[in-house]
Design a protein around this ligand. Structure first.
Ligand code: NAP
Length: 253
């Protein structure tokens, strides 16, 4: 299992204080990485650090709104002050909102883009600059969504923001390859988190999940531990520009 060992490596996970990001952070911690979670809520940040430390990892929470250039720069600085380097950056923070079209307001569109698209680019850019300085390569992982590919109704701005992330992943996979920085996307299907809390409460939606997802259920945050370890570790040394769908078979059905 040496190829999955992350001892001595440092990873930052935006939106790592709960949901899918916390699942990823837990996997990284179990594999031996020091983990920084970047998020806005002090309460969730502290709870995540407690959880990661209870797994035996070094962990740090940094208060950060990923849509703010200054806060992202500060978060990287705080992470470097504590751990000295960065080897993997998981740009996972995101918001999900539904809207009808053409009623969608410009304000909602811009908010979605500022968190999901700009809020991906800023941490990726900050971490990449540091990885190039370090000169030892690195791993960037972006949490996109199957919504980037499917015409899921009522998610016009969300789907557009998730497709924007995939464009960024593909171009950076090529342009950063000479620095041995790998850039990949993880695209979840329907996962039981706060973001999908409303849908989880509806019987009709649960019936939809059962029939539409080949594995017949919601995904769990624990099911993102393994992919995070794979993409941060040497096991994925030749994997770049990939989009890995964790969706219970949704996108092939
Ligand atoms: P979640 O449980 O609602 O968690 C969202 C995370 O993002 C929280 O840690 C939150 O922390 C953070 N966040 C939100 N806005 C932020 C901001 N402006 N700055 C910094 N952090 C921010 O959602 P989730 O389901 O785990 O979603 C995680 C990612 O997976 C998102 O990119 C989402 O689009 C994607 N995804 C989810 C599903 C699903 O079914 N759940 C499916 C496909 C893709 P704070 O609020 O404390 O900042």
């Amino acid at each position: 299992m040496e190829m999955f060992d992350l001892s001595g490596r440092v990873a930052a996970v935006t939106g790592g204080n709960r949901g899918i990001g916390l699942g990823m952070a837990r996997g990284l911690a179990k594999a031996g990485a020091a983990v920084a979670v970047w998020g806005r809520s002090d309460h969730y940040n502290q709870a995540a650090v407690d959880q990661l430390q209870s797994l035996g990892a070094e962990a740090l929470a940094v208060s950060c709104d990923v849509s703010s250039e200054q806060q992202v720069e500060n978060a990287l600085q705080t992470t470097l002050e504590r751990f000295g380097r960065i080897d993997a950056l998981f740009a996972n923070a995101g918001i999900g909102r539904s809207a009808t079209f053409p009623e969608l307001s410009t304000r909602s569109w811009e908010r979605m883009m500022s968190v999901n698209a700009t809020g991906t680019m800023l941490p990726v850019r900050a971490a990449t600059a540091r990885m190039i300085e370090q000169g030892e390569g690195g791993s960037i992982v972006v949490t996109s969504s199957v919504a980037a590919h499917f015409g899921i109704p009522y998610l016009p701005h969300y789907a557009a923001s998730k497709a924007a992330q995939l464009g960024l992943v593909k171009t950076l996979a090529v342009s950063l390859a000479p620095h041995r920085i790998r850039v990949n996307a993880v695209s979840p299907g329907w996962i039981a988190t706060e973001m999908t809390g409303l849908q989880q409460q509806h019987d009709e939606f649960n019936r939809y999940i059962k029939s539409r997802v080949p594995l017949g259920r919601w995904g769990t945050i624990e099911e993102f531990e393994g992919i995070a370890v794979y993409l941060a570790s040497d096991a994925s040394a030749f994997t770049t520009g990939a989009e890995i769908r964790i969706d219970g078979g949704f996108s092939v059905y």
